[in-house]
Ligand binder design. Sequence first.
Ligand code: GPP
Ligand code: MG
Length: 304
Amino acid sequence: MSGATKIDDVYSAIEEGARLLDVSCSRDDVWPILTAYEGALAQAVLVLSMASGENHTGELDYTITVPLGEPDPYALALSKGFTAATDHPVGSLLSDIRERCPVRGYAVDCGVTGGFKKTYAFFPLDDLQGLAKLAAIPSMPRSLAENSEAFARHGLGDNVTMVGIDYQHRTMNVYLGKFGPECLEPKTVVSMLEEIGLPEPSEQMLEFIRKAFSIYITINWDSPKVDRICFAVITQDAMELPSRIDPEIAHFAKSAPHAYDGDRILVYGSTVAPGGEYYKLGSYYQMPPDTFKLLQTHDAIQDK
Ligand code: GPP
Ligand code: MG
């Protein structure tokens, strides 16, 4: 008898992650997506993610990195019927970025409950992109230009590491990296958030933010305002602040399946939105060393 296939392994991990969160997981929903991206699975970085707080629980997301090539992962999702074709600029953004910027790889983000949600485009670490250049892309939300100056003034204008495009919510994320520790000083963070119209984080969140390796905003095509901002911390500590605040995060941080030796690589997110703050967690399930190297943007993960 031959052993389990790669899809079997990944599906089992997703099922196990969903079980930890009491999210019901249907093979009929997840299998077609894993099949569509099957060619990428063996070499993919795979992340299982959850969020805490009202309106954010009840879902397990899985992220799969996908190499460059045709069709791109959005075109593939369209051809498989995972998402409907649209005239909205969200539908042209990935290809517009690919035409104008160096892209070194993609990822897709899907939910056990919500199905296909997002694509990501990663930029080369030695050629990170500037906000001004991205803001000039035709299908980009206008609010990127409107908010870029506030980021530039706070030392965050030049190093976009990746973008995320959310087809369900019609929003996009712009991920900033390679910044100095001065950008994470509480007074700098508070001033930046005030400029972009977001509330002041709690003191404990401001302390946590000092350890961030990535800062990302979520924007949309309908409003000049930033929807939310997230500060991400990468660590192998299953008892970081978000786990101490939320037992479900702690449970996931300690028990999420992972296919490598040693402690889990965890990316905690602390999010500030107009309605308040909340935490989330992504746990790396699979992390092929060569692929993972490509994701390094910070000293904290340089030895992995
Ligand atoms: C986090 O976005 C980003 C990822 C899970 C992708 C990282 C993937 C790699 C393979 C490095 P998010 O889930 O926090 O954003 P949102 O709240 O918009 O879903
Ligand atoms: Mg997410």
